[in-house]
Design a protein around this ligand. Structure first.
Ligand code: B12
Length: 215
């Protein structure tokens, strides 16, 4: 097995074992062999497995919480290593956040970081964000795009409501909307009239570039 593969396995196993020290050690080690994005992808795969085990009743909420903390710590370690876009995209503003009622923010934060590294000015509103806050921030900061994350089938409805509010406020033509989070799909994005959907953080960046006309 190559060192890269064994590094990825170590990252995955450490998250699934919900062991923060092991995650931190695995990330430090992996930095010599893997690209930052590969490290994030391996950790995210581990988080997905945690989700599967939680669903099957093999892990419980406290385990998921510790695994989530470990993932956040791991990503924080390598944030500075992510390639920078050089700011050639200028200062296009993107407002991001996890919708109201939803506290899942790991994926959203990765997306925000990657957008930032690609040269965008990102206003990350955090988690459990009321729709009104997205709208007010986009107005106040002259935002060109809203990127909403939702991890639950119940909360993803807020993505639709935000688009409806943009229409009501007469802002829809000036503001692109990108949606994401595990239950979101391209079909969902089409259904609610979003401009784009990204399955992961790299796709979020390429979709944002395409929608905002950035080469
Ligand atoms: C970690 C986790 C938690 C942590 C969250 C910690 C945190 N700070 O985020 C804690 C323990 C707090 C938690 C709580 C709960 N959780 Co939870 N959780 C998860 C878990 C296991 C992993 C999520 C995750 O972080 N994945 C890793 C990241 C990297 O992936 P990601 O979020 O999908 O993000 C990527 C893409 O989706 C995309 N992306 C994300 N956002 C965006 C945005 C844009 C604009 C774009 C373009 C792309 C994009 O890019 C990201 C990077 O690649 C999922 C299982 C799963 N498979 O998703 C369940 C899951 C989402 N949780 C679930 C549930 C039910 C809950 C609780 C209700 C449990 C409870 N009984 O209390 C609460 C909800 C509380 C609330 N009100 O929000 C369910 C939801 C089911 C449903 N009906 O939809 C899931 C699916 C688990 C399950 N299978 O049952 N949870």
């Amino acid at each position: 097995m190559t060192t890269a593969e064994s590094s990825k396995n170590e990252l995955f196993d450490a998250i699934v074992a919900y062991n923060k020290d092991r995650v931190v050690a695995a990330v430090e080690k992996a930095r010599n062999v893997l690209k930052p994005q590969e490290i994030i992808d391996a950790l995210a795969l581990g988080m997905n497995e945690v989700g599967v085990r939680f669903e099957r009743g093999r892990l419980f909420l406290p385990h998921v919480m510790v695994a989530a903390e470990a993932m956040t710590a791991g990503v924080k370690l390598i944030e500075g290593d992510l390639p920078k876009g050089g700011g050639k995209e200028g200062t296009a503003v993107i407002v991001t956040g996890t919708v109201e009622g939803d506290v899942h923010d790991i994926g959203k934060s990765i997306v925000s970081t990657m957008l930032q590294c690609s040269g965008y000015k990102v206003f990350d509103l955090g988690r459990d964000v009321p729709i009104r806050n997205f709208i007010e921030t986009v107005k106040a900061e002259n935002g060109r795009m809203i990127g909403m994350s939702a991890l639950m089938t119940t909360t993803m409805q807020a993505q639709r409501e935000c688009i409806e509010m943009l229409v009501e406020e007469g802002l829809r033509n000036n503001v692109k909307v990108m949606v994401g989070g595990a239950p979101a799909t391209q079909a969902w994005a089409d259904k609610i009239g979003a401009d784009g959907y990204g399955e992961n953080a790299s796709e979020a960046v390429s979709k944002a570039n395409a929608l905002l006309g950035v080469k």
